[in-house]
Design a protein around this ligand. Structure first.
Ligand code: SF4
Length: 351
């Protein structure tokens, strides 16, 4: 299933600009935590150095390389700074060391003058932090823009050939599974090239941490977040939209010990979602084929075995119990195609 995502995923050279260009702090955000950097804009020399150092770690020049400005609201910077940073990255594209530039920005920074400004540079991908398509949730999250701003931004961006990524969050203040699912459906209707799905975490130093301390906000449990993101994943899958990431990455994006106050963080969050999807598919197959109470042999490519078994064999234990199986064996089968599973000799599809 990840084929489309992995084929599309470029080698990314990250340049973190924590809170750069942000008009204010959104309630859940503490980019010092999520990027591991203190807030201050690096000098052009520092940006150049970061890019050079990162490119030096690239082993082969087989994947498309994009220089990426992350961690703030890129188009919220002054036009002079935007031009300076883009010109710095452009030099690497012109020398052939990179293929393009990407950045993440707020929907309300996409307007005609800024579109004209970035058109002078080899920008290839734009990511919008959408977070929710529900205005009440956006208000409670103190985003400072509406769902309509997202629609208008996407319409403007689609006039250019940029790859478009939309990020959404689950478990925001005022959010509920139904509103998160509605957000996913509306995002899918906007037709992005890829999405990222993040569960809301309570990060030290964020406004949400104060609300949580006062008992005004409760994050999703890990179990609920995994189940909800699995449902959302299916919506994007049905629309053939690649899911580039689920959950924050430990290390470069988050130091769980230092920064996490509460919330559904797990270093293998994406893997847990994939496992939940397999559990659901296998369970449906067992029911459909009337295999309850029987002996079951699952065959899968070695790459999928850990997803199919689940964390600490959670899926296997659940299947054994739920379907009262006499035995359940899992075998690696190198002859099976990517993402294919066989149950007692029959093909099982995840969708
Ligand atoms: S979520 Fe984005 S726009 Fe909001 S404060 Fe964080 S970096 Fe800035």
């Amino acid at each position: 299933m990840e084929t489309k995502t992995s084929l599309a995923s470029p080698f990314v050279v990250p340049v973190f600009l924590p809170h750069a260009g942000c008009p204010h702090r959104c309630v859940f955000c503490n980019q010092r935590s999520t990027t591991g950097q203190e807030e201050s804009l690096p000098s052009v020399n520092a940006v150049r150095r970061t890019i050079r150092e990162f490119l030096a770690h690239r082993k082969e020049r087989t994947r498309r390389t994009e220089i990426s400005f992350y961690g703030g609201n890129f188009l919220g910077l002054s036009p002079e700074l935007i031009s300076l940073l883009l010109a710095t990255a452009t030099a690497f594209v012109q020398s052939g060391e990179a293929d393009g530039i990407r950045f993440s920005t707020r929907p309300d920074t996409i307007d005609a003058p800024r579109m004209k400004l970035i058109a002078r540079f080899p920008v290839t991908t734009v990511e919008l932090g959408v977070q929710s398509m529900n205005d009440a949730v956006l208000r409670q999250s103190q985003r400072g823009h509406t769902a309509q701003a997202v629609r208008e931004a996407v319409a403007l961006l689609r006039r250019r050939p940029y790859a478009l990524g939309l990020q959404m969050m689950v478990g925001l203040p005022g959010d509920a599974p139904a509103t998160a699912l509605a957000t996913a459906r509306q995002i899918a209707d906007l037709g992005p090239d890829f999405v990222r799905i993040y569960p809301t975490l309570v990060l030290r130093g964020s406004l949400l941490a104060s609300q949580h301390a006062r008992g005004e906000y409760e994050p999703l449990t890990l179990e609920a977040a995994v189940a909800l993101v699995a449902d959302i994943y299916q919506i994007f899958h049905r629309h053939d939209i690649a899911v580039a990431r689920m959950g924050l990455q430990a290390g470069p994006e988050l130091a769980p010990d230092a920064d996490l106050v509460a919330g559904p963080f797990h270093p293998a969050f994406g893997e847990m979602v994939q496992s939940a999807l397999w559990l659901d598919a296998i369970s449906r197959h067992l029911e459909k084929e009337g295999l309850q109470g029987g002996e079951v042999v699952l065959e899968a490519p070695a790459r999928l075995l850990s997803q199919i078994k689940g964390q600490k064999d959670f899926n296997l234990l659940d299947l054994l119990q739920r379907h009262q199986l006499r035995s359940l064996e899992v075998q690696a089968n190198p002859a099976l195609a990517e993402d294919t599973l066989r149950i007692n000799g029959q093909t099982c599809s995840r969708w």
